[in-house]
Design a binder for this molecule. Structure first.
Ligand SMILES: Cc1ncc(COP(=O)(O)O)c(C=O)c1O
Length: 389
């Protein structure tokens, strides 16, 4: 039997998280595995979220199609939330609700660029961003970050890489995989660069609720009066609200961009799942303390993670923050995929190979420390030291 497949899709790599999960069955040990691969909050959703989901699940509304751009209540509540967080004035018509932030990225790319165009991304880069661009016939141009500065990129390198086909610069802050929070000054310089060259600055803020504790607000980009002429902000409800299975994310952009994006949204999803949207519109304003407690908890996990690597001679943290530690492994003659596979097989610790975030990062593994509690994190030295490569 023959089947058709587009060469563009055939040439994409298989979904990275699914690839590493295949190693789980090969685990030879008895201790429970520690899954530090896919970034998922290692604690349950708030009881109010569960209660509201149960209560609203049989409302007739949630069974029918909803508004393309998102439930009006959620757009309003989220716009108010953003306005408060950034001391700015975002309106509901500058918000669109998507089925998760990966989809929000695709919406953003399709709304600013066409096949053949390119987008500049700092490396190491989030694999779904590069893969999505390739899927859309666009080119992801990687700009290497400086390992000495927690992989933050140099603005001059972006400027040199701009071509007539460049449509935007896409960053993730706090970053996946490095954890690094992008400082205001760098974001501001990237913003000015984008303005000068008529590019969009896309900022994926999936991990913004888990910024370093000294960060007062994630960034000051919205202080610019016309920020939304240039900035497209992406967000995921998966992490902060612990509902990745409900598939909800958000875009904040100029109202005209949102109106254009609605055409894409209608073709792809018609509307984001309604039940989760209605629940979020009810709970977001009341969960500020809970979100803060979780930010403190993730910070405590990060401290425990740092302690682990103080005791290990050959491993070292290159950067950390948000949900992640990007760690240099000691096996320079092995690929990161090989090291990660052996680590899982022998010790039950599942990580993501650094090479999945760019070929230059094969000497690294990404540990999503947010997934595990402090007791599990504290057991890492023994496991890592027991590994025989
Ligand atoms: C940077 C980044 N963007 C987007 C996503 C996907 O988020 P969602 O579950 O909302 O699609 C992730 C998830 O790991 C991520 O790390």
């Amino acid at each position: 039997m023959t089947y058709l497949v587009s060469p563009t899709i055939r040439d994409l790599t298989a979904p990275p998280v699914a690839q590493v999960q295949e190693w789980i069955d090969q685990y030879q040990g008895n201790a429970p595995m520690i899954d530090l691969s896919q970034a998922v909050p290692g604690y349950p959703p708030h009881a109010d979220v569960k209660a509201a989901l149960a209560e609203m699940a049989d409302q007739d509304d949630v069974f029918s199609y909803g508004a393309i751009e998102g439930e009006p209540q959620l757009r309003q509540v989220y716009a108010e939330h953003i306005s408060q967080l950034y001391s700015t004035a975002i309106s509901a018509d500058q918000v669109l609700i998507s089925s998760g932030c990966n989809q929000a990225f695709i919406f953003a790319m399709m709304s600013i660029a066409k096949a053949g165009d390119n987008i500049l991304l700092p490396e190491p880069s989030y694999f779904n961003h590069t893969s999505s661009l390739t899927m859309l016939g666009m080119t992801a141009i990687g700009i290497a970050g400086d390992p000495a500065r927690r992989f933050l990129p140099d603005v001059a390198d972006f400027e040199k890489a701009i071509t007539p086909a460049t449509r935007g610069i896409a960053v993730v802050s706090p970053n996946n995989p490095t954890g690094t929070h992008y400082p205001d000054e760098l974001l501001n310089d990237l913003y000015q660069l984008c303005k000068r060259h008529d590019l969009a600055l896309i900022i994926d803020e999936t991990y913004r609720d888990f910024c370093d504790l000294d960060v007062v607000r994630p960034h000051g980009l919205f202080d610019h009066p016309d920020a939304l002429d240039t900035v497209i902000q992406l967000y995921s409800f998966s992490k902060a609200y612990c509902l990745p299975g409900y598939r909800l994310g958000a875009v904040t952009a100029h109202e005209n961009t949102i109106a254009e994006m609605a055409k894409i949204t209608d073709n792809i999803q018609i509307c984001a799942p309604r039940l989760g949207q209605l629940v979020l519109s009810r709970v977001i304003p009341h969960l500020a303390d809970w979100r803060h407690e979780n930010r403190m908890e993730i910070a405590a996990r990060r401290s425990a993670f740092r302690t682990v690597f103080e005791t290990l001679r050959d491993w070292s943290i290159s950067s950390d923050g948000g949900y992640f530690g990007f760690v240099r492994h000691p096996y320079s003659d092995r690929t990161s995929a090989n090291v990660a596979a052996v680590l899982m097989r022998q010790t039950g610790v599942l990580t993501i190979p650094g090479g999945f975030f760019g070929s230059a990062y094969d000497d690294h593994l990404r540990f999503a420390f947010a997934n595990a509690d402090i007791a599990a994190i504290s057991s890492l030295p023994e496991r890592l030291m027991s590994m025989l490569v």
